[in-house]
Design a protein. Structure first.
Lengths: 208, 436
């Protein structure tokens, strides 16, 4: 299940070691090319981290909404549509964090076979990233389409909040697009550099 | 191609993607997409987004990140030390002595965290070195810890139960209440195992602990008592109907933050680490749930769940035989998949089956958690075995052997649960029938 036996990161050989971004799992392998690529690298890693931060804020917002709702109930008031807003924050927390969680090795996979492939494990990884990237691209494509149509048709939430549904769906669009980009990003680096794919942290995170 | 061939192709693709290591959530999504293309003329992509958006923006799901966060906060406090220091004076006089701190510690931490890996590391960080120092046999230390840590899945808040409840649209609060008594019974069975070991292997007993006065005991557990109060607050508020599961989770997060602050272990860094950890873990589960939501839609079009339910109905199995078959089925699946994935993956097919057989779905939730718990300690990929290996450097095979007695106790638990279903159904029913 856990990719514990994935080969360790190979040591970077390029001279620009100091300028590599700090991100742990998504760390850039040396690209022996122009600094344009490094700018792209920094930009992408920054985007993944930024989206992770937005997701964390969404979690805080869920807490805030629920506490506000409880307080309102005690003093006899009602916050209309609070549950819907909490639901939107849930979606935003999940979608924005998809790529961020991927880069930190948080997503679960069955790595039983991968870990037995030995020196062929790179091909196994390429297969996985390719399948995942194609799926995520489909996902992102239809998420964008759905958001566009929600806006075009003026869809409004059925709940008390009456939010135009495309607004919270923007989180889905951005999150899925970022996930697709992150997967293609890893796939390209797997094929053209010695990038080993996402590394799973040593001791599993708090998860089931 | 006829329906049957298509269904087989569908299942093979599912196995191929999961088996080769594609991330579970994306594998489910990809297979579901193929299924939609094979079995219906509906536009697959649009159906996918509708289902995924509805499932991932649901209010019920908000309990998940909050409970994860609560566990993450307490995981980063000094709870490990306090747990051992606070529990050991009370448990030392029992036959089997400090081994009981493993079970009781896991039970308490399970009640603040929904994860068995976190339970294992929190309790084990302190109890493994302490028990070793006092000369307890390694076999018992490792085994009881690996087994008892799985209680994290059953005692509320349980991530597996939230995921189960969201998947089949049942009340999370009801499921949580259903988990309380079986969780305690299972813990008691683990403790009986330790007592039995004490009497059967007198030669392996370590020297007795020095006795402490009640005041000293209370002083030692001064940090543990607030945690227990938090547990009672979270579970009690749900039981008394003051709060929904999500609101209880919010209480839990606030309480955990207050506890950490009072202890002096709440810094900016630990706050951020706990929040980001919760963000990652809930995104991980959310992706699986998205894939599963789409897969169960797609699976519906294959007709597989319905024909399987009919097939089972035609067999006229007794509920006992059905439960026995499902137990074996889940143990096998659990050898390859983690708990949450195996729940969401199978529910699309299993739900119609159990509803048809007249099995209570709340009870079934508890059943499925016990079986998934077993999977945590069975090789080749029991998750607790990996975490334990990281902590103790023992081989997986050895750890699995030490946990085997616990595995058998869980099998016994399935039997007990089947014979006395009231263990799981009584508490939720009293909750349901209470006026107001």
């Amino acid at each position: 299940m856990l990719g514990r036996t994935v080969p360790p990161c190979s040591t970077p050989t390029a001279p620009n070691k100091a300028r590599r971004p700090r991100t742990r799992a998504g760390a850039a392998r040396p690209f022996p090319m122009a600094s344009a690529l490094q700018t792209v690298r920094r930009l992408l890693d920054g985007l993944y981290a930024l989206a992770g931060a937005v997701a964390a804020l969404s979690l805080l917002a869920i807490l805030g909404i629920i506490v506000a709702q409880m307080v309102a109930r005690w003093i006899g008031a009602v916050i209309p549509g609070a549950t819907n807003y909490a639901g939107y924050c849930m979606a935003s927390g999940s979608f924005f964090a998809l790529a961020y969680a991927l880069n930190h090795g948080a997503h679960i996979r069955v790595s039983l076979l991968l870990s037995r492939l030995g020196r062929f494990s790179r091909y196994g990884e390429i297969w996985c990233y390719a399948v995942a990237a194609v799926t995520a691209t489909l996902f992102a494509r239809y998420a964008l389409k759905a958001t566009y149509w929600s806006e075009f048709l003026g869809d409004v939430s059925q709940g008390q909040d009456a939010t135009p549904i495309w607004l919270p769906q923007i989180a889905m669009s951005i999150g899925t697009v970022l996930l697709a980009i992150a997967l293609w990003d890893h796939l390209i680096r797997l094929i053209f550099t010695d990038h080993p794919g996402v590394q799973v942290p040593e001791i599993g995170e708090a998860r089931d | 191609m006829d329906q049957l061939t298509l269904t087989i192709v569908f299942l093979l693709v599912l196995l191929l993607l999961l088996g080769t290591g594609v991330w579970v959530g994306l594998a489910l999504m990809g297979v579901a997409y193929i299924g939609m293309e094979l079995f219906t003329s509906r536009p697959a992509g649009d159906a996918m987004i509708t289902v995924i958006w509805t499932s991932s923006s649901s209010w019920t799901l908000t309990a998940l990140p909050l409970f994860i966060w609560m566990g993450e906060i307490l995981y980063r406090t000094r709870l490990s030390e306090d747990m051992f220091r606070g529990l050991s004076p009370w448990l030392a006089p029992l036959p089997g002595g400090l081994l009981h701190t493993n079970v009781v510690g896991c039970t308490i931490f399970a009640a603040v965290s929904g994860s068995s890996a976190a339970t294992l590391t929190t309790v084990g960080k302190m109890s493994i070195p302490e028990l070793r120092r006092r000369g307890y046999p390694e076999f018992m230390t490792i085994g009881t810890l690996a087994g008892a840590a799985t209680l994290g899945l059953m005692i509320p808040p349980s991530l597996t139960l939230i995921v189960y409840g969201v998947t089949i649209n049942e009340s999370i609060t009801q499921l949580f209440m259903a988990g309380v008594i079986p969780g305690l019974v299972l813990a008691a069975m683990f403790m009986l195992y330790i007592v039995a070991w004490y009497y059967l292997r007198p030669g392996a007993r370590p020297p007795a602990e020095p006795g402490l006065t009640t005041a000293e005991k209370l002083w030692n557990s001064r940090y543990l008592i607030p945690v227990i109060c938090l547990v009672l607050l979270v579970i009690g508020s749900m039981y008394l109907g003051w709060a929904t599961a999500t609101e209880a989770a919010a209480f839990g997060v606030l309480g955990a933050l207050a506890l950490a602050a009072a202890q002096g272990s709440l810094s900016r860094a630990t706050f951020m680490a706990s929040l980001l950890g919760a963000t990652r873990t809930s995104a991980m589960i959310a992706l699986i749930l998205m894939g599963a939501a789409f897969l169960s839609l797609s699976m519906g079009f294959t007709g597989l769940p319905r024909s399987l339910a009919n097939f089972i109905a035609d067999l006229e199995l007794s509920p006992f035989a059905l439960i026995a078959a499902l137990t074996i089925f889940y143990i096998i699946i659990g050898c390859f998949l983690d708990g949450i994935s195996s729940v969401v993956l199978t529910m699309a097919v299993v739900e119609p089956m159990i509803r048809q057989a007249g099995i209570d779905v709340i009870w079934f939730g508890i059943f499925i958690v016990v079986v998934v718990e077993m999977a945590q300690i069975t090789p080749p990929i029991g998750f607790n075995l990996f975490v334990m290996q990281g902590m103790t450097q023992h081989e997986i095979g050895y750890i699995a052997r030490t946990a085997l007695p616990m595995f058998l106790i869980m099998v016994l638990m399935v039997v007990v649960l089947t014979v006395f279903p009231e263990l799981a159904t009584w508490l939720p029913e009293t909750l349901r029938n209470r006026p107001g």
